[in-house]
Design a binder for this molecule. Structure first.
Ligand code: DLL
Length: 416
């Protein structure tokens, strides 16, 4: 099935300007040149910056009239990556996410509160349709507004939550302030993902709430959530191999590495019409777990993601590159070139502080002008990178200068 689907995918890829050029360079003119799955190695790797280069339509393999939705995600600079979906693509994504939910033992009797952002971010809509298809009652509450979330949980007897791990911890910390008690709620499970977290954090959340937490992995380039998910055994995430071909590579050489070796996850879509993606470098480091799973599913499992190959930061589930912040910052008049980013945990949530030098003329004693500039910077970053930072303004020369590669990011979040 994988070979057949791979051929179809290459056929579709050849319809896109981007891959037509790429595959020709690799000496591949037709999907008939793919005789076995091993021939995948002949295909070039695709990176996030390739996808950005192809923005907006360079990777579109179908007629525009056949696409019914698109999602974008952040790139290293202002240009995002875009994934288009046909009706078939959405249907197949829905099947995958329904499969994830059923694998955790949830079903028609469950009430699913979807606390992920709805919109261009894939977290909300991704699991929404899968949960409906699996027959759960879906509360599309979206992210934020903790008081209302708790009220919904209580009034509608929510059993399954979908959130980032940091938001789950945040809600727990806010329970007393919001006037709720855990024993008034009916929670049984949570699907947590969109950002890295450790096994300790999983256990902590399970204990705090008295529920089961299932790890959920996905990325917008591969649809979004629903790429890999834990089953009832909570021992690694089944990666749906009828929809994705997976291989691990050594990030420095690009060569395939043994499955039980840590490597960068590289994925090929096998069932997507509108935006076929070949050998995509996810930037995520993991291993493929050996052996079968007692649940009986034969889709292999990946281990928890242990890191990234690039400098992408994930703050409360939102991906951001330091270079992207830099671009947004430098566009603001009055901002000088030296800046530094600090990330820390405040309560359960991540906080980004942007320290930036500004022109000396701005320090006139007019504090309201400085305040306006801070707000302007915070808003520019929020609208471009979806994260509202705390902004600190400094006089020229006040921030450390680096002779070699500047160390702009200080991540003070505790490593578990
Ligand atoms: O975060 C899709 C998603 C939404 C997955 C909700 C799960 C739940 P992106 O915004 O494109 O898509 O970010 C994808 O987030 O490459 C990983 O680095 C990271 N990531 C996602 N899930 C996990 C996880 C969504 N369970 C990027 N553990 C990925 C560790 C994760 N990292």
């Amino acid at each position: 099935m994988q070979l057949q689907r791979l051929r179809r995918t290459v056929e579709r890829a050849l319809l896109t300007p981007f891959y037509r050029r790429r595959l020709a360079q690799a000496g591949l003119k037709s999907s008939e040149d793919i005789l076995s799955l091993d021939d995948l190695r002949r295909l070039p790797l695709t990176t996030k910056s390739d996808l950005r280069e192809a923005y907006p339509d360079g990777l579109l393999a179908v007629d525009k009239s056949d696409v019914v939705r698109l999602h974008t995600s952040s790139g290293t600079t202002g240009t995002p990556t875009v994934i288009y979906h046909t009706r078939h693509d959405l249907d197949s994504w829905t099947e995958l996410t329904a499969r994830c939910i059923l694998a955790t033992g949830a079903g028609r009797a469950d009430v699913f509160q979807n606390m992920m952002t709805y919109g261009l971010f894939t977290g909300g809509l991704g699991l929404h349709y899968g949960a409906e298809r699996a027959g759960l009652l879906v509360i599309p509450s979206g992210a934020g507004n903790t008081g209302r979330q708790l009220r919904l949980m209580k009034d509608f007897r929510t059993t399954v939550l979908h959130a980032t791990p940091s938001y789950m911890l945040h809600i727990h910390a806010r329970l007393p302030e919001e006037g709720f008690r855990l024993d008034e709620l009916n929670l049984k499970k949570a699907y947590l993902g969109g950002e890295p977290y450790s096994e300790n954090t999983r256990r902590k959340i399970e204990t705090l709430y008295g529920i089961r937490v299932y790890n959920s992995y996905g990325l917008s380039e591969m649809n979004g959530p629903g790429v890999a998910f834990e089953c009832i055994h909570q021992d690694g995430m089944h990666i749906w191999e009828d929809a994705y071909h997976v291989v691990l590579i050594a990030p420095d050489t690009g060569r395939a590495c043994a499955d039980d070796h840590e490597g960068e996850l590289v994925m090929t879509t096998l069932d997507r019409e509108a935006t076929p993606v070949l050998r995509y470098r996810t930037g995520d480091i993991t291993t493929l777990l050996p052996g079968g799973c007692p649940c009986g599913r034969t889709h292999r499992r990946i281990a928890r993601i242990t890191g990234r190959t690039d400098d992408m930061l994930i703050l409360n589930g939102v991906n951001v590159y330091p270079s992207q912040i830099e671009q947004l910052l430098m566009r603001v008049p009055g901002v000088a070139t030296n800046y530094a980013l600090t990330i820390e945990k405040v309560g359960a949530l991540d906080r980004l502080t942007v320290k930036t030098e500004v022109d000396r003329q701005l320090f006139t004693g007019d504090l309201s002008a400085l305040d306006r500039l801070k707000t302007h910077i915070a808003e520019a970053i929020k609208s471009g990178a979806l994260i509202r930072p705390v902004v600190e303004l400094h006089e020229p020369g006040a921030l450390p200068v680096f002779e070699m590669k500047a160390k702009r990011v200080t991540d003070l979040r505790p490593k578990e």
